[in-house]
Design a protein around this ligand. Structure first.
Ligand SMILES: [Zn+2]
Length: 440
């Protein structure tokens, strides 16, 4: 059973991540229904609700994974140590062609959702196929999702006719209009795998339905060079000429921005979603996050899919992003811990236009929060809670998670469904995939 009533949570730290960076220590959060009723110092806590004293712990907003392909958890570790194009064209796409189905997506997304929730991620932006299954799996597990039906120029298993995908997205936008857990965005794959005609249609659909667009961009140096050869301009300039920069577009990766790109990104206030672990693992390069921040370009973080990461751990992304910024700029004062935590909480919520209800702990906002246990050797002592959270803590320190007031993780266990059966189903898929690879 999921607890959904009226809670009063207390802990040594309540890290609000509000605009002023208010920290309550020791603090409380009162939850009523799906929302935060009040928060503050423990001495001011109201005497109401089901009280849970977490003691030496921190209560923080739920983390936001701004880019992943959740169901690819079933392909975790199936092909590693390969270049991006080889990995994608000779391994991932052939396996997807063989195995992708609604059942595959449902099983893989459940696995991903459990992994993310147990690690404190309460919202993820997805890009894949059969996204209604992604929505259903996310709801089963109790995590929020921005679904993104992949838009590709060639027929896919979920869109046999590439043109039909737009009708499908339109239907999804209608279907999930008032859904507590599911929102829709437009997920164009890339400038090399999505056609010019489709990219143009993305602009119209984004304007018509007021939906954000997401696209992989400038991930590898090779794709940037190919764009220059084919279109005589960078991918960012190409997207600009097609009218996409003027929409609510978020560019995923942006490892290789070209000289002229900076002014375009700044002119249209374009946000970047960086996935540093995936970029490093695929040898794509080091994303210039330090320069994005210097130029005032908003950056959030994503894990990318589990086949190129190989986990969905936002703590690792946050820590790596902070270290990359410091290391590449030779300036350790850049991206201090609190700002790094902002990148995966309130700044990410803002990038997705969801900061009215998510991203920080404030009265009236959704009760999406994570309890981090500080009773561990590696989180002791704590002088500065932001330092502990960003530089020392890990996903394994998450003890409880609330989404819309539902206690979906309790004492490090998922409460919404039987985790073991989801793991068993994933292993069954892996068995079939292994057999297929053995036959090749
Ligand atoms: Zn991706």
């Amino acid at each position: 059973m999921v607890d959904t009533d009226h809670f009063l949570l207390t802990a040594r730290y309540v890290v609000s991540m509000d605009e002023e960076g208010t920290l309550y220590s020791p603090g409380y959060v009162a939850i009523q229904g799906s929302r935060i009723k009040s928060l503050g110092l423990v001495d001011d806590a109201p005497d109401e609700g089901k009280r849970i004293d977490y003691g030496n712990a921190a209560i923080i907003p739920g983390l936001i994974n701004s880019h992943t392909h959740a169901a690819m958890t079933l392909l975790r570790g199936v092909a590693d140590d390969l270049a991006l194009d080889d990995w994608l064209e000779n391994h991932i796409w052939p396996l997807e062609a063989k195995f992708l189905s609604p059942e595959f997506v449902r099983a893989g997304t459940k696995l991903a959702a459990i992994e993310m929730l147990k690690g404190g991620t309460t919202l993820f932006a997805d890009m894949y196929f059969f996204e209604d299954e992604v929505a259903a799996a996310a709801k089963d597990v109790g995590i929020r999702v921005l679904i993104g039906e992949g838009i590709l120029a060639f027929p896919t298993v979920s869109a046999k006719e590439p043109g039909k995908v737009f009708d499908h997205i339109r239907n999804q936008a209608e279907k999930y209009r008032d859904d507590e857990f599911v929102r829709v965005h437009i997920a164009a794959h890339s400038t090399y795998a999505t056609s010019e005609d489709q990219l143009g249609k993305c602009v119209g659909l984004s304007e018509e339905l007021n939906l954000p667009i997401k696209i992989h961009c400038a991930e590898s140096r090779k794709e940037v060079q190919e764009s220059i050869e084919k279109h005589d301009r960078s991918q960012v300039a190409y997207l600009n000429d097609l009218g996409l920069l003027d929409t609510q577009i978020r560019l995923v990766h942006m490892v290789w921005p070209q000289d002229g790109d900076w002014d375009l990104l700044k002119r249209d206030n374009v946000s970047v979603v960086s996935c540093p672990q995936s970029n490093l693992k695929l040898g794509a390069g080091i994303p210039p996050i330090a320069r994005y921040l210097d130029e005032g370009i908003r950056v959030s973080l994503g894990t990318d899919g589990a086949a190129s990461n190989n986990n969905l751990d936002m703590w690792e992304e946050m820590r790596l992003a902070a270290f990359l910024v410091k290391g590449t700029s030779l300036d350790p004062t850049k991206l201090p811990a609190r700002q790094a935590l902002r990148m995966v909480t309130i700044d990410a919520a803002r990038i997705w236009g969801m900061d009215e209800g998510l991203g920080s702990l404030e009265p009236g906002k959704k009760a999406d929060m994570v309890v981090v246990d500080l009773n561990k050797p590696h989180t002791t002592p704590t002088y500065d809670i932001y330092s502990t959270l960003v530089y020392a803590a890990s996903a394994a320190d998450v003890s409880d998670v609330f989404v819309a007031g539902h206690r979906v993780v309790k004492e490090a266990k998922i409460t919404t469904l039987d985790e073991e059966s989801v793991l068993g189903e994933a292993r069954d898929w892996a068995e079939r995939i292994m057999q297929e690879r053995g036959n090749v």
